[in-house]
Design a protein around this ligand. Structure first.
Ligand SMILES: Cc1cc2nc3c(=O)[nH]c(=O)nc-3n(C[C@H](O)[C@H](O)[C@H](O)COP(=O)(O)O)c2cc1C
Length: 164
């Protein structure tokens, strides 16, 4: 029993890694069994059995999703019998660029296109999360609260059937 969270991330200079570690710590504090994965370490079966998968990436080039995360999503989403139950998407970027945190939108697009439900809003972080860690922690908790909320709704439906 107990819910399980995976955090899959791509990071070049460490900002997204910091955010991923904050997400992981917050999940652990909330009592979830938690595991961190680098995007290029993920296999087709890595994420089986997780209730929620957080995906995090930096943005590269001209608003691009880095190749390691693109490959990771392709591996997970194309012809893979191991379904992702639910996902949440975050990333770091720099507002100096016109396509600010575009990788976040692209990850969300690929997941939705393959029918993976997204929990909560998309989280875009300017550079390092260090100065405002609570933004990441609050968002992580909102995602978890939404998962638990769905459980409560299911219980409610069962109760209704029993009284009918
Ligand atoms: C060559 C290059 C291109 C970048 N292009 C973008 C971009 O288009 N949009 C954006 O929001 N950030 C862009 N960034 C900023 C990074 O996404 C940002 O610094 C991020 O926090 C890096 O994450 P990391 O430390 O996890 O690698 C770019 C950075 C570099 C070096």
């Amino acid at each position: 029993m107990g819910m399980r969270a995976a955090i899959v991330y791509a990071s070049m200079s460490g900002n997204t890694e910091e955010a991923a570690e904050l997400v992981a710590r917050t999940c652990e504090e909330a009592g979830l069994r938690t595991k961190l994965f680098l995007a290029d370490e993920v296999t087709k079966r890595s994420l089986a059995g997780f209730d929620i998968v957080y995906f995090g990436s930096y943005t590269w080039g001209d608003g691009e999703l880095p190749e390691e995360m693109r490959d990771c999503l392709r591996l997970l989403l194309k012809d893979n019998p191991n379904r992702i139950e639910q996902a949440a998407v975050f990333g770091t970027g720099d507002k100096m660029f016109v396509k600010y945190c575009r990788a976040v939108d692209e990850m969300a697009y690929h997941l939705m296109k393959h029918g993976v439900p997204l929990a909560s809003d998309l989280l875009k972080i300017e550079q390092s999360p260090r100065s405002r860690p609570y933004v990441v922690k609050d968002w992580t908790r909102r995602v978890i609260a939404q998962l638990q909320h769905e459980g409560v709704e299911n219980n409610g439906a069962i109760t209704e059937n029993q009284t009918a």
